[in-house]
Design a protein around this ligand. Structure first.
Ligand code: CU
Length: 147
């Protein structure tokens, strides 16, 4: 009877997981990928998970120039990256998207740090992080339409 109870709780768990999956569907859709949306003074998500070597699409959904610029440490606000990595920088832009490619060969759990050239500590949070995760699925979010 213990195994029967175990099976029942497994079925309940799977059902809850399916419901959670429905709730996370983005309101807007674009081609599957890895997206960071920049709002007025915010990054969304604040931590993106993506595989090493993935292309990241940055959507600026505000009317103000922003950038996603890599930095070597939290709140340094200067272009930089860990040793052996060429820092990425979209440059300041608004009204569209920019892309950059994550370095290849990084192990899972590597955390890369980014900031906005225009707003530094004014962004909330001030630092966007990307955590390298080989199994991170692409999303169809990003709010590409609507501007
Ligand atoms: Cu900004």
């Amino acid at each position: 009877m213990n195994s029967r109870n175990g099976l029942r709780s497994l079925v309940v768990s799977l059902s809850l997981a399916a419901l959670a999956g429905c709730g996370s569907t983005p309101a807007t859709s674009g081609p599957p990928g890895y997206y960071v949306t920049v709002g007025t003074l915010s990054f969304s998500p604040t931590n993106l998970t993506a595989p090493s070597g993935a292309t990241v699409t940055v959507v600026n959904a505000s009317a103000t120039d922003h950038s996603v610029t890599q930095q070597a440490g939290v709140d340094l606000f200067v272009l930089g990256a860990p040793a052996g990595i060429t820092p990425a920088d979209t440059g300041l832009f608004h009204g569209g998207t920019r892309t950059f490619t994550l370095p290849t060969g990084l192990p899972d759990g590597t955390v890369l740090l980014y900031y906005c050239r225009n707003h530094t500590s004014m962004m909330a949070p001030s630092t966007l992080t990307i955590t390298i995760t080989a199994a991170a699925p692409p999303t169809s979010g990003g709010g590409v339409s609507g501007y």
